[in-house]
Design a protein around this ligand. Structure first.
Ligand code: GLV
Ligand code: MN
Ligand code: MN
Length: 402
């Protein structure tokens, strides 16, 4: 709740986007929370805030627990924050019982997990796995500023990203507590979820170029209207999202549209559309990506538009580690719950960390399944139970040979 007071002026909901002043303030608060918990805090070159607690055997690789503290525009107070705050609380309790863990414990508030004005998400978790590339750093926002510039301005050191990398196999395990952001737990009357698989996401930035013309004098058959082309792509995205194939399904969203010149009396010259496809099924994702490209080609030729589909990111579905899943189910049972195994339609930093370490996730319920909106809510007792399950999971995973 204290974090949720730090929001961007004049923005709806609980908006605290990466690179905003409110985000900088919130991270100062998280840093203080980590220090008060007894952690040694560093900010790595990628802007990840890391609080470290020594383990009984300093030779062992760290057990890492993390999430994020940025929000989407007009977002909620729980997505990400629950995982960060609960992880700090777990560390605070363990720090008060010196030597409780064998492994060093790292608590991480990853930089900018939500998609930003450069069209890319999970900046911090991509960086530590070596997947924040020079091409990503060169991505530009609408003002022409690059992601690299934005990182530099906010105190990160993008030129030193190589040194921030966590090598393959250098972590004991990665755990993340998160709100479900859907309604399965609530519907099943369960308090804790253990994630089976994190959906893969394919994100496309579609540039539709037509021609600006006078809206009063240009006959309908002579127009090259970029917004009409975009409209066809928006509706086509919905059709693509409804495709079911061999028991496999997914979702598709056209979530962002910019129009130029955006004037009432000018035929739209250009439209920029962002589309994402998500599924836990790799084949579905691949086939729907092809469908979207085919549709873009059809719209281009039937409307004499230039349509370019650029895949900004294409992440495969990420299964959680089966051994960790078993341990987390037992941990959840040990704190008195009957856990539900479920997939995650939302993406998470964990999906990136999976490239270098075994990962697993715990979910707590989201009221009415609402998320990425101001109404996002989990009851305090649900957050507390999630934190207890996370503490138990940290103890159990610390003791396990993986
Ligand atoms: C992150 O919240 C995502 O799934 O987009
Ligand atoms: Mn989110
Ligand atoms: Mn999140």
């Amino acid at each position: 709740m204290e974090l949720s007071t730090l929001v961007e002026d004049g923005q709806p909901g609980w908006t605290r986007r990466v690179f905003s002043d409110a985000y900088k303030q919130s991270r100062a608060l998280v840093k203080t929370m980590m220090q008060v918990a007894g952690l040694a805090v560093t900010l790595d070159p990628a802007g990840n805030l890391i609080g470290k607690l020594g383990g009984g055997d300093p030779e062992l690789p760290p057990l890492v627990v993390g999430s994020h503290s940025d929000t989407v525009s007009a977002g909620g107070r729980f997505d990400g924050m629950v995982g960060v705050v609960a992880a700090v609380e777990v560390a605070r309790i363990l720090a008060g019982h010196g030597g409780a863990l064998r492994h060093p414990l790292w608590i991480v508030d990853f930089l900018g997990e939500e998609p930003n004005q450069f069209g890319i998400s999970c900046l911090g978790s991509r960086a530590v796995t070596g997947h924040l590339t020079a091409e990503h750093l060169a991505l530009r926002d609408e003002t022409g500023a690059s992601l690299g510039d934005a990182l530099r301005t906010s105190g990160c050191r993008p030129d030193e990203l190589a040194s921030t990398r966590w090598p393959d196999g250098s972590l004991h395990a990665y755990l993340e507590l998160h709100i479900e952001q859907g309604a399965r737990l609530e519907r099943a009357g369960r308090q804790i979820g253990v994630v089976t698989c994190i959906a893969g996401i394919s994100r496309a930035s579609i540039d539709i170029e037509g021609r600006a013309d006078h809206a009063g004098t240009t006959p309908m058959d002579l127009r090259r209207d970029a917004l009409q082309g975009a409209a066809e792509l928006v509706l086509g995205t919905e059709v693509i999202g409804r495709v079911q194939e061999a028991d496999e399904d997914g979702v598709a969203t056209a979530g962002r549209l910019l129009v130029e010149p955006n004037s009432t009396n000018v035929v739209p010259a250009r439209a920029l559309l962002n589309v994402e496809l998500r599924s836990v099924f790799e084949t579905w994702l691949r086939n729907r990506s092809t469908d979207l490209e085919t549709l873009a080609g059809r719209v281009a030729s039937s409307r004499s538009l230039a349509v370019t589909v650029q895949w900004v990111s294409q992440g495969d579905p990420v299964p959680c580690d089966p051994r960790l899943r078993r341990i987390l189910s037992q941990s959840a049972a040990r704190v008195g719950t009957v856990p539900l195994e479920l997939p995650s339609g939302a993406s998470h930093d964990a999906a990136h960390i999976a490239r270098i370490a075994p990962i697993a996730m715990l979910f707590i319920p989201s009221r009415d399944g609402r998320s990425h909106c101001p109404e996002e809510w989990s009851d305090p007792w649900e957050v507390t139970l999630g934190a207890k399950a996370l503490l138990q999971a940290v103890l159990d995973v610390d003791g396990a040979a993986l």
